[in-house]
Design a protein around this ligand. Structure first.
Ligand SMILES: Cc1cc2nc3c(=O)[nH]c(=O)nc-3n(C[C@H](O)[C@H](O)[C@H](O)COP(=O)(O)OP(=O)(O)OC[C@H]3O[C@@H](n4cnc5c(N)ncnc54)[C@H](O)[C@@H]3O)c2cc1C
Length: 477
């Protein structure tokens, strides 16, 4: 097991930018779109992980042509570039080392018109997910990728992490909802992939290769997104579930219910308590149960009473709330959506968005909890996530009494116990947040040596000089 990403291996000092390079950059973009003061640059250091970064130069191009010119310039001067979206990433993918240029895509914020026949929308990379939702809503449509960071997360970041979110159980991941990408290679060459075609079997799918590439292959500047009918009759349940085994029973029971499941999200009692304490949300929910499920469904019939009665009679849930009005549903969702924020308020946290087969998730989580309890730890374990997709999030939060060193050592020990467990359950190190730097040392446990070699060859063929988001996903030898 290699060292975890830490301030030590991220602060490798690089030569400063040459004055000629900065002058050419300013000539391209104008002084106001080139940030050179450390005070202005520090917001671009890192993402939500707060893995330490050290940005000293930020370029803010306003068009694809400018992105192309900036990348060509960086190529010429051998300056490494880190694409930067909303910096809500949870893997350190947008973390900037000293000597690397932060390339902010936020000025690429043009939101195109909705194509009502093709049911698509073309947007630039810096547009937020929420803006896409708002625009699509005007036509009773939606882009079904939904996540708590939607107000800040950008389409460029979403595509580059192949984000999942809370409705994957119904709609799948980001990569299912994209029909065209415009991107710029590190050389400055602009590529347009797939042109909005629904079907295109002419060789390798380069569009799909860029999705989830975490900005290591090309910079996404524009995308055409597939839209779908917006659900108007959804209902939300918030169940109190007595055990992980009952969570499985509840999910099986729900699959047989008179509805389509849109979301099946779980949280532990500890998570609920944190949201209640730190965000003052869900305070009317009794903290009497070890687990809770937020389930959103689209009913095929008006009356769900029979299904509900069976849920309680069979003991799959001991209590529950049913949100029918948009206000009630919003309130229930706000509990689930507040977990990441309320955990962040406690202190340093290490997050694992592991994936395991859905049928094994209860057994896997029980094994994780048993392992956790075997010895005193310097962190508390919070469990929540996308249960119905086999995507539980393990959050390891530093105990207030622990020193940073003791916390990191304790995490290291725990990781060595977690890897074999994941292997045993045929799981993956990341279900949706990506690798970035945070999980680089895990990749080889989820991928074979042959796959790792292919990764390196793909990276080299897109970016032979290794200047685009270097050190993310893999290290080139
Ligand atoms: C409260 C909260 C909840 C979240 N919930 C979820 C969830 O449910 N599911 C989920 O999958 N994720 C979730 N996330 C993680 C995060 O929001 C997503 O990964 C999001 O897609 C990142 O978008 P961003 O614009 O912030 O990207 P950034 O953090 O800026 O960047 C992410 C990666 O993409 C690269 N990148 C950014 N823009 C571009 C571009 N234009 N071209 C090429 N590369 C680019 C960066 O270099 C980096 O590697 C959550 C985060 C938070 C804070």
């Amino acid at each position: 097991v290699e060292e975890r990403a830490s301030s030590d291996n991220l602060s490798v000092s690089q030569p400063p930018f040459s004055s000629d390079f900065i002058a050419e950059l300013v000539k391209l973009l104008g002084q106001s779109h080139v940030l050179t003061e450390r005070f202005d640059c520090q917001a671009y250091d890192s993402d939500w992980t707060k893995i330490p970064g050290d940005a000293h130069l930020v370029a803010r191009p306003g068009s694809t042509a400018e992105v192309s010119q900036v990348l060509a310039l960086c190529s010429r001067y051998q300056v490494a570039v880190v694409p930067s979206g909303g910096r809500t990433g949870l893997a350190g993918g947008a973390t900037v080392k000293k000597g690397q240029l932060a390339l902010s895509l936020n000025r690429l914020n043009r939101l195109g018109e909705v194509d009502r026949i093709g049911r698509t929308i073309t947007v630039q990379a810096g547009v937020t997910v929420e803006s896409v939702h708002q625009k699509a809503k005007e036509f009773s449509l939606t882009w079904p990728i939904d996540l708590a960071s939607k107000g800040t997360a950008t389409i460029g970041g979403n595509l580059s992490t192949n984000a999942g979110g809370v409705r994957v159980i119904r709609y799948g991941m980001t990569r299912k909802w994209v029909t065209a990408i415009e991107a710029v290679l590190m050389s400055g060459e602009i590529i347009r992939l797939n042109d909005g075609l629904e079907k295109n079997n002419t060789g390798y799918d380069l569009l799909q290769l860029l999705i989830g590439a975490e900005g290591t292959l090309a910079v996404v500047t524009e995308a055409t997104l597939k839209l779908t009918k917006r659900s108007t009759n959804s209902q939300v349940f918030f169940f109190h579930v007595p055990s992980l085994e009952k969570l499985n029973d509840l999910l099986t029971h729900a699959w047989a219910g008179p509805f389509q499941i849109n979301a099946f999200e779980f949280l532990s009692q500890d998570c609920l308590k944190l949201v209640q304490r730190n965000l003052k949300r869900g305070n009317n929910v009794e903290t009497d149960s070890p687990f809770y499920v937020l389930m959103e469904v689209e009913p095929f019939q008006d009356d769900l009473t029979t299904w509900m009665e069976a849920t309680f009679e069979k003991g799959y849930a001991t209590n529950g709330a049913h949100g029918q009005s948009p206000e009630q549903q919003k309130e229930l969702w706000s509990i689930r959506e507040g977990i990441t924020e309320s955990i962040a308020q406690v202190g340093p946290v290490v997050k694992y968005d592991v994936a395991v087969p859905v049928k094994s998730i209860a057994e896997f989580l029980n094994s994780v909890r048993t392992q956790y309890q075997k010895t005193p730890r310097q962190f508390d374990l919070y469990l929540f996530g996308h249960y119905g997709d086999g995507s539980p999030h393990l959050n390891l939060v530093k105990q207030s009494s622990a020193s940073q060193e003791a916390f990191e050592a304790s995490i290291s020990t725990f990781e060595k116990e977690l890897f074999p467990l994941l292997k045993q359950f045929k799981g993956s190190a990341s279900s949706e947040h990506g690798v970035g730097v945070a999980k680089k040392h895990w990749v080889k446990f989820s991928r074979t040596p042959t796959e790792m070699n292919l990764f390196a060859m793909i990276k080299r063929s897109f970016d032979p000089k290794g200047l685009l988001n270097p050190g993310k996903i893999i290290d080139l030898a």
